[in-house]
Design a protein around this ligand. Structure first.
Ligand code: NDP
Length: 488
């Protein structure tokens, strides 16, 4: 495919040349082809975006929630109209299968904006009655300019998940996508402008880590919301501390999925596959430690391997493909290295784990989904986030033992339980140290449900009404109805 034109920054409602004179390449990981060059924002460009956002904020924050909602809903319609075109761009930039991108990536972003558009007119404070007719009221006010930094696995979804609540609350946004997937956030900016968002209310500054750092440190920015790894989260929090910004962090995980002996096994196998192999395993909340009760382990594995062996690895654009390309060569090497580590640590590679050469896509980064058994709690494959399709199956005997093992991690993003015993399901969930949990399913993230992590998996929540609290600040106002009681 011919190289696309160089991508500019998006500031103040239009495409703008960066002043750095520098660019980076974004590549299609399945083919190895350069998709296009992307301009890198300089400090001056970031300043310009902040100024535009501050000006946009003055207009946007004074509009009623209903007016904001109307514009956001137009963006939703445009996103849906452009679903196929955006899905193609997303598949090119990420290597993920089209069968996912064409119904999940853009649509889940659109749904998020639709949900927060629905809430925009109901973001209210409360009235508090006090003695002697006095009263107080609270106002939920926007924070100002919010910066959002995305990871590469769900580029447009992340841009929507962050901008939707921020904009619904009346904030302005400056977005930086991951350097490996910079394209669709720019399209979202175009769509917001076309929908009627005032200039400067949503800006995109592209670049590498240092551009993210400029945002995290900038004095004109009130909040930073990051989706990324734990080490980046720590760095962002440190940078943000210089100006005491509000911080939301959606970070990594090593989540447990517990399958008890009374579980519906076919459903549990479906969930374990979705929890490990969807998007080549490049999902933060994946249930990569699959704890299976010892009495059902053999049947579980038999069904799991049989179904996994039928997964189609190949051209991400082909609608039949289940497993596309990993994001880039370095990441593929990292995942393959973990598979070697697992073997060397003494785990049994029960299925897959080999690099695959796909005809016509010889430069792609394809790996067979991998299933390890005989995994022990102290092995690196059971402790570290791999971010690839590598499942560790671990057997257990008792409920207490499995809960303790599940919690024995620095992460706490997600967890799942499969059982038909409702008391056990709720009891186990209560004892799991994870922010997002599922009973008898996995990785379902309806926009109405808050999403986020415990422990080192993050701070704050996205989605649901919980997100509103992270994009507003509370002003308390006391109203005196009588005289001032003064002893002087
Ligand atoms: P990284 O942490 O490498 O990068 C995340 C973003 O931060 C990128 O845009 C990156 O820019 C930027 N960045 C890098 N350094 C800095 C810095 N010093 N200051 C500010 N920004 C910076 O994550 P990946 O993109 O590799 O994504 C994978 C990780 O994201 C995994 O750990 C995964 O678990 C996590 N994740 C979490 C999710 C959640 O909701 N909890 C969802 C999806 C992923 P650049 O790319 O240009 O270097």
């Amino acid at each position: 495919m011919a190289k696309l034109p160089t991508q500019q920054l998006y500031i103040n409602g239009k495409y703008t040349n960066a002043t750095s004179g520098e660019t980076f390449e974004t590549t299609n990981p399945a083919t190895g082809d350069v998709i296009c060059d992307v301009q890198i924002a300089s400090t001056a460009d970031v300043d310009k975006a902040v100024k535009a956002a501050q000006a946009g904020f003055k207009i946007w924050s004074k509009m009623s929630g209903t007016e904001r909602s109307r514009i956001l809903l137009k963006a939703v319609a445009l996103l849906r109209e452009r679903n196929d075109e955006l899905a193609i761009l997303e598949v090119m930039d990420t290597g993920k299968p089209m069968q996912e991108a064409n119904c999940v990536d853009v649509e889940s972003g659109a749904e998020c904006i639709e949900y927060f558009a629905g809430l925009a007119a109901s973001i209210n404070g409360e009235h508090i009655q006090l003695a002697n007719g006095n009263f107080a009221y609270t106002r939920k006010e926007p924070l100002g300019v919010c910066a959002a930094i995305g990871a590469w696995n769900y580029p447009i979804q992340i841009a929507c998940w962050k901008s939707a609540p921020a904009l619904a609350c009346g904030n302005a946004v400056i977005f930086k996508a991951s350097e490996v997937t910079p394209l669709t956030a720019l399209k979202l900016a175009e769509i917001y402008t076309e929908a009627g968002l005032p200039d400067g209310v949503f800006n995109v500054v592209s670049g590498l880590g240092p551009v993210g750092q400029m945002l995290a440190e900038h004095e004109g920015i009130e909040k930073i919301s990051l989706t990324g790894s734990v080490p980046t989260g720590k760095r962002v929090m440190e940078s943000a501390s210089k100006t005491l910004k509000h911080v939301t962090l959606e970070l990594g995980g090593k989540s447990p999925l517990i399958v008890f002996d009374d579980a519906n096994l076919d459903n549990a196998v479906s969930a374990a596959m979705l929890a490990n192999f969807y998007t080549q395993g490049e999902i933060c909340s994946n249930g990569t430690r699959v704890y299976v009760h010892k009495d059902i382990k053999d049947t579980f594995l038999e069904k799991l391997i049989e179904r996994t062996s039928k997964m189609i690895i190949g051209d991400p654009m082909d609608l039949e493909t289940h497993v596309g390309s990993l994001i880039h060569k370095d990441h593929m090497e990292k995942v393959l290295n973990y598979i070697e580590i697992g073997k060397n640590e003494g785990a049994t590679l029960a299925y897959g784990g080999n690099q695959v050469t796909v005809e016509g896509f010889e430069k792609g980064c394809f790996i067979e989904p991998a299933i390890f058994t005989d995994v022990k709690a102290d092995m690196r494959i059971a402790r570290e986030e791999i971010f690839g399709a590598v499942m560790s199956v671990i057997t257990f005997d008792s409920e207490d033992e499995v809960v303790e093992a599940a919690n024995d991690t620095q992460f706490g993003l997600a967890a799942g339980v499969f059982t038909q015993d409702i008391n056990r399901a709720h009891r186990v969930i209560e004892n799991l140290e994870a922010g997002t949990c599922w009973i008898n399913n996995y990785n379902i993230t309806p926009i109405e449900m808050p999403f986020g992590g415990y422990k080192q998996s993050g701070i704050g929540r996205e989605n649901g009404t919980a997100a509103i609290n992270h994009f507003t600040q509370l002003k308390s106002v006391y109203v005196e109805m009588g005289d001032v009681d003064c002893p002087y």
